[in-house]
Every structure is written in C-alpha cells, then in structure tokens.
Unconditional design. Structure first.
Length: 146
C-alpha cells in the first residue's frame, strides 16, 4: 500500500513496542540483532516524512524521520524480543517492565522498476477492526477545548 507499513508485535503479552527508524542513501548492511526476524518490502512514499503510530494512538508516537525525497523505498524491518516478553509474562503476568518487542525499521530509496509491489491489505481480524473503529471514533469525537 502507498505510505503505509504495518508492523505487528509478536503476541498478546506484549506491553510495548520500541521502534527505531533509520533512513539510508543505499541498502544498509544486514547485520541484525541476535535472534531477530527480518522482512523487506517495497513501499511507495508520496510524502517524504515518516512517523510511527500505535493503532490506538491519536498522534504519532515518534518524531519525524525525513526521507531524501518521495518515491519508492525498500523497507527492512528487524524484530526481536518476543522471547523475553514470553518469559517475563510467564514469570509474572502483571509485570509490565521489559514486556516489549523491539523493531529497527530501515528505509532506502530504490529505482528498480520491477520492485514496486502494491498489495491489497489482508483481511483484518475482528480485534483489528474493533481497534480501527475505536480509533476513528476517538479522532472524530475529540472534545472541543473552547
């Protein structure tokens, strides 16, 4: 999809997601954190400003990462920490500290004409549809400060 990259945490016990955004001129080295999963996609960005925002958030949760220009970008996401989340949750289900998946999102421009891949979004689960509906309601029903 244009201007969107969805990143999901590993499971229900996750309390937080720590997201680090990086913009590169060329493909970065693939050195990944130990025990991390990685996936690379192509995304068309029509606006050269990137932020990360939680599903239920009403505003971005990060600062703005400015890309060199609008256009096609390869995006590599490294995810790790799910094992820690599961261990912490199993040891103490009410503990929030250290229950976070970690992500590094690396972006670099691509001029490969065959690289552009726009996918239709996957069917959303009931929970995802509910979160979107609640977020939409919260945005459209903000109290008037005056």
């Amino acid at each position: 999809m244009r201007d969107v990259l969805a990143v999901f945490v590993a499971g229900d016990p996750t309390a937080y997601a720590v997201v680090h955004l990086e913009a590169w001129d060329d493909e970065p080295a693939t050195a990944a954190p130990p025990n991390s999963d990685a996936e690379t996609q192509t995304v068309m960005f029509t606006v050269p400003e990137i932020t990360a925002q939680g599903v239920m958030a009403t505003a971005p949760d990060t600062g703005v990462l400015r890309l060199a220009a609008r256009g096609q970008y390869r995006v590599r996401v490294h995810r790790w920490g799910a094992e820690d989340v599961n261990q912490v949750f199993d040891a103490n289900p009410s503990a929030l500290i250290h229950r976070s998946d970690r992500f590094i999102v690396q972006l670099w421009p691509t001029d490969d004409p065959g690289a552009e891949q726009h996918h239709e979004p996957l069917a959303l689960s009931h929970d995802q549809q509910l979160h979107i509906a609640i977020r939409h309601w919260a945005i459209t029903n903000k109290p008037n400060p005056h």
